[in-house]
Design a protein around this ligand. Structure first.
Ligand SMILES: [Zn+2]
Length: 245
């Protein structure tokens, strides 16, 4: 039996037997892990409130050979989200991000970029709940990028010419082409939407969210439709929960 310690973000929990829970979390050290927290539903237990969804914890767990489920041994709260527990739209947004992380992350594969990006998005939305929508768009774009599904936003996939303030087209192969190369077929992306997408690549989520306040409702809606379309195509179905679209 091997013992590990890592920082982790609790994403989802399920009840198991009478007093236990299965906890799914994204960890810095081991990526997506599923573990059993024995006795955590008893009134007095060593886990306390640490396993509430979206809590950031320091986690100690045991791993048994050939077992997919690990055993949680100790947890310590690094950041609780208790102050947001009454905010339904934030909780829906967090559940959505949690679901996508579970869908996109292969189990037991550490990915520091993904972990840091996810954490930054949860923090940005916690600090500024009114920017939730922009943070979700940022999260979607980066999740697609880190997992290798985001088309190159800089240049045409066919002629490799850099895009300059022009309408471009997303093809069914999820690549972006200029008007000539695409024959204007596919999903049109306006120059404004394109610059919003490019902004996600240059800014941290909190700064992107502040800039996105200036975007028109049309651009916001187009961005939401576009990320939704790409995610749907990658997953071959629509996400289970999706706020505000
Ligand atoms: Zn081209």
């Amino acid at each position: 039996m091997a013992i590990f310690e890592t920082e982790a973000l609790v994403l989802r929990t399920y009840n198991l037997a009478e007093a236990d829970k299965i906890v799914v979390c994204l960890s810095r050290g081991a990526g997506l892990i599923r573990g059993v927290a024995k006795g955590c539903r008893k009134l007095k237990n060593r886990f306390g409130a640490s396993l509430e969804p979206f809590t950031l914890i320091n986690l100690t767990y045991y791993e048994k050979e050939n077992k997919e489920l690990v055993s949680f041994s100790q947890t310590e709260i690094l950041r609780s989200r208790f102050n947001l527990s009454g905010n339904a739209s934030i909780l829906t947004g967090f559940s959505y991000m949690g679901d996508l992380l579970i869908e996109f992350s292969p189990p037991h594969q550490a990915n520091d970029n993904l972990y840091r990006m996810a954490l930054a998005c949860f923090e940005a939305a916690s600090e500024s709940p009114e920017d939730l929508e922009a943070v979700l768009r940022y999260f979607e774009v980066w999740l697609l990028k880190i997992e290798g599904f985001l088309p190159d936003l800089r240049a045409c996939a066919n002629c490799h010419r850099a895009f300059v303030d022009e309408t471009i087209y997303l093809g069914s192969d999820l690549s972006l082409r200029c008007a000539e190369c695409s024959n204007r077929r596919g999903t049109a992306i306006s120059p404004r939407l394109h610059s919003q997408l490019r902004a996600t690549e240059k800014l941290p989520p909190a700064k992107f969210a502040i800039e996105a306040r200036e975007a028109t409702n049309d651009t916001k809606k187009q961005m939401a439709e576009l990320t939704f379309q790409i995610i749907g195509r990658v997953l071959e179905r629509m996400p289970r929960i999706r706020p505000n679209v």
